[in-house]
Design a protein around this ligand. Structure first.
Ligand SMILES: [Zn+2]
Length: 233
C-alpha cells in the first residue's frame, strides 16, 4: 500500500474514533433531559398548588367579609325584632331575622369549607416540597455520574484530536483536503479499499485505467456510485 494512503487511513481511524466519542457525548443529552423533565414535573405541580392556595385564600377572605356583613344584618334584624309593637310587625321582623341568620350561617359554612380546602392544599404543597427535595437528592448522584462521563469523553476527544492532528501531518495536503470534504458529507468510513475491480462500499466497477493509476501512484479515486474515496490495497 502507498505510504500516503497508509497515512490517510491512520487519520481516518482517528476520525472514526472521534465520531464514536461525539455520539457518546450526544447520547448523554436524553439522560440529562429525562432528569430535567422529572424535576420539572414536580416543580410544575408545586407552582399549580401555590396558585390554587392563593385563589382559595382570596375566596376565604371574601367569605369572611360576607360573614361579617351578614352578622351585622343579624344584629340589626335582632334589634328591629326587639322593638316591634304589633304581632304583625313581630311576624315580619322574625322572618327577616331568620333569613339573615341563615345567610350568616351559610357564609360561615362557606368560609369553614374553604379553610379546610386551604389546609389540604398546604399539606399537598408540603408533600410536593418534600418530593422535590427527594428528586434533587436522587438526581445529585445521576447528575454527578453524567458530569463525570462527559468529562471522560471530553478528555478522550481532546486526546483523539491531538492524535488526529499529528497523524494528518503525514498526509499530502491535497489528499487530506479531498478526504476532509468527503468526510464532512459522509461522517463515517470515507476511505474504502478497492475490492477486486470494484468499490468495496457499493460494488461499483472502477475502470481499468483508473485502477492502474491508483495502484501505481497511490492516488485515491472518488467512487462514482457512492462518493467514497477508494484506494488500492
Ligand atoms: Zn462506491
Amino acid at each position: 500500500m502507498h505510504p500516503d494512503v497508509q497515512a490517510l487511513l491512520a487519520v481516518q481511524a482517528d476520525d472514526l474514533e472521534l465520531y464514536t466519542l461525539e455520539d457518546r457525548l450526544v447520547s448523554l443529552e436524553p439522560r440529562l433531559a429525562a432528569l430535567e423533565k422529572e424535576r420539572g414535573r414536580v416543580e410544575g405541580q408545586l407552582a399549580r398548588t401555590r396558585h390554587e392556595i392563593a385563589d382559595e385564600e382570596a375566596r376565604h377572605r371574601e367569605a369572611l367579609g360576607r360573614t361579617e356583613t351578614h352578622r351585622a344584618l343579624v344584629e340589626r334584624s335582632q334589634r328591629a325584632y326587639e322593638s316591634v309593637t304589633t304581632t304583625k310587625e313581630a311576624t315580619a321582623a322574625n322572618a327577616q331575622l331568620e333569613q339573615t341568620k341563615r345567610m350568616a350561617s351559610d357564609s360561615e359554612r362557606d368560609a369553614m369549607q374553604i379553610a379546610g380546602r386551604i389546609g389540604e392544599l398546604r399539606h399537598q404543597f408540603a408533600d410536593l416540597e418534600k418530593s422535590l427535595t427527594d428528586v434533587d437528592e436522587r438526581q445529585t448522584t445521576a447528575r454527578a455520574e453524567l458530569d463525570a462521563e462527559r468529562k471522560v469523553i471530553e478528555e478522550e476527544m481532546a486526546e483523539a484530536r491531538a492524535k488526529r492532528t499529528k497523524a494528518s501531518i503525514g498526509v499530502p495536503r491535497p489528499m487530506l483536503s479531498t478526504y476532509d470534504k468527503v468526510r464532512v458529507r459522509k461522517r463515517g468510513a470515507t476511505l474504502v479499499p478497492l475490492r477486486g475491480t470494484s468499490c468495496s462500499a457499493c460494488d461499483t466497477m472502477i475502470p481499468t485505467q483508473r485502477r492502474a493509476t491508483m495502484v501505481a501512484t497511490g492516488h485515491v479515486e472518488m467512487c462514482e456510485g457512492c462518493g467514497a474515496l477508494i484506494y488500492a490495497a
